[in-house]
Design a protein around this ligand. Structure first.
Ligand code: 87F
Length: 480
């Protein structure tokens, strides 16, 4: 029989974060490495988390009239290079198909790193009149970006999964409203599903998508002492519609270029959640993304049949939730406790002969370890209640963490020290690219994250780095 100590995490999150992460993703059975560097298996336990996110987001975008479609994986070279600016800087990461068997192709085909070009080629044929607008399309797919930096499971992989929304509107207002609407959905995914507080804001000129007029994002800060972008929603203005000839006749029979947006959320979000909530025992899943809400561990040193029977009945009583009975006989209850803690299941339900006699069960919270005895007749409500509590407790913990790691300052020495201490800085800023480059240089790599929407009406401060009048307040940190 396997020893209990064999399966656990052997390092502390606070002592060796990257080793801790590597162990969690493997021991919780989320990921498997393969012989292709940077390409990893999403095992059922992590894929099921993605499915939860997908289910929520898909439903929400459909409510907004956005429809799913699927465009080809391969993008001819000439097409990819049509709006040259948008691939600028990205081209070393594009993977190409050059051959079919031994035959060299006439034109190389890019494996999609993002689908603007292939989608907009079609859009230019589909759109003729204002009656064809808005055109609201999303696709769920994989993309390939051949990164050379060290892969980090979920966060930086050469192939990943995402949704990419690409819409065309008849006017600027309708397009821009959508940019913020979608960003709000991303906030919900992070805050309400993953239980991770985020900062909504606009990217700096330097950090925006080169093809966009402006880029918005949700950002957060991780226990690794680094910030990370959660998702982005771009206003493309007419940049692509002019390059791809996406035109329509408006109500006055006048030809106009479409107003476009694109927005994306990736499987990187799963990594963010693991890093934020995981602890020294392994993964901690927020109930709303947990593939299993609870596991019943029957405790049967004796009276096995009776206990198993009661466990099955309990599972039926709780059929509103995703619940399993771990009835495996080759493992001890203690081993199973560790196993399900490692996998992050929000609630463990212990059920033994004595509990059955007294018509009760013991619930154990994954987030706090708290044990709660409940009468079977009240268990359904108690579990509902606990799941909500766990969800909100994880969110408040993460929120406190974010607050405790944010340093608001107007002074350059404090700015520098905060970055050195692996904190996130909130500071007034001149918003100039040259200044951002200086900041990056002097701090050894801190970038701007975003400029939040709720800025004070009047900004009287000066930029701590260059001394010019500040135009905005902005978050800065070293980031993934
Ligand atoms: C890598 C290679 C080629 C990012 C790339 O953010 C091109 C690109 O255009 C590239 N990496 N990007 C930017 C993607 C922009 C945009 N696309 C739709 C998104 C959200 C979804």
């Amino acid at each position: 029989m396997a020893e209990e100590k064999d399966i656990g995490i052997t390092v502390k999150k606070s002592e060796n974060f990257s080793e801790w992460y590597t162990q969690v993703i493997q021991k919780a059975d989320l990921i498997e490495y393969t012989s292709v560097s940077g390409c990893m298996v999403f095992k059922p336990w992590s894929y099921a988390i993605w499915e939860k996110v997908k289910e929520f987001f898909d439903k929400e975008i459909k409510k907004k009239g956005i429809k799913n479609a699927y465009f080809p994986l391969f993008i001819p070279e000439a097409l990819l290079k049509k709006e040259a600016k948008h691939v600028e800087g990205f081209s070393p990461e594009v993977a190409w198909v050059t051959h079919a068997g031994n035959t060299k192709l006439n034109e190389r085909l890019a494996i999609r790193p993002t689908s603007e070009t292939i989608m907009y080629e079609s859009y230019s044929k589909w759109i003729r009149s204002h009656r064809d607008l808005p055109l609201l399309i999303n696709q769920w797919c994989n993309v390939v970006r051949w990164e050379f930096a060290n892969p980090i499971p979920f966060l930086r992989t050469r192939e990943f999964l995402w949704q990419e929304g690409h819409t065309v509107h008849a006017n600027q207002k309708s397009a821009e409203d959508e940019v913020y609407d979608i960003l709000e959905l991303y906030r919900k995914v992070f805050e309400e599903l993953y239980a991770i507080p985020v900062i909504k804001g606009t990217k700096s000129e330097k950090e925006k998508f080169a093809g966009a007029v402006f880029t918005t994002s949700v950002e957060t800060f991780l226990p690794a002492g680094k910030a990370i972008q959660g998702a982005t929603s771009h206003s493309l203005g007419q940049n692509f519609s002019k390059a791809f000839d996406i035109k329509f006749l408006d109500e006055n029979e006048k030809t106009q270029y479409g107003w476009q947006n694109s927005w994306g959320l990736t499987t990187r979000s799963i990594g963010i959640m693991i890093m934020m909530h995981g602890d020294n025992k392994g993964l901690v899943l927020p109930p709303r993304v947990a593939p299993l809400k609870a596991v019943i561990v029957p405790i049967f040193y004796k009276e096995k049949e009776k206990v198993l029977e009661a466990a099955k009945r309990l599972k039926e009583k709780l059929s509103d939730f995703e619940i399993e009975v771990d009835s495996r006989e080759e493992y001890t209850p203690g081993w199973k406790f560790n196993h399900w803690e490692l996998k992050g299941v929000p609630i463990r339900i212990e059920l033994g002969p004595k509990d059955i006699e007294k018509s009760k069960a013991v619930l154990v919270r994954r987030d706090t370890g708290e044990k709660i005895e409940v009468p079977i007749e009240k268990i359904k409500n108690k579990i509902s209640e606990l799941l909500e509590e766990i969800q909100s407790n994880l969110f408040s913990r993460a929120k406190k963490f974010l607050e405790n790691n944010t340093v608001e300052t107007k002074e350059w020495p404090d700015f520098m020290r905060a970055i050195k201490d692996k904190k996130m800085v909130y500071a007034p800023w001149c918003a100039e690219t040259a200044c951002e480059e200086w900041i990056k240089d002097k701090t050894g790599g801190a970038k701007s994250l975003n400029i939040p929407f709720n800025l004070p009406k009047k900004i009287n401060e000066t930029c701590p780095q260059c001394g010019k009048p500040a135009k905005v307040w902005c978050y800065f940190a070293k980031s993934y």
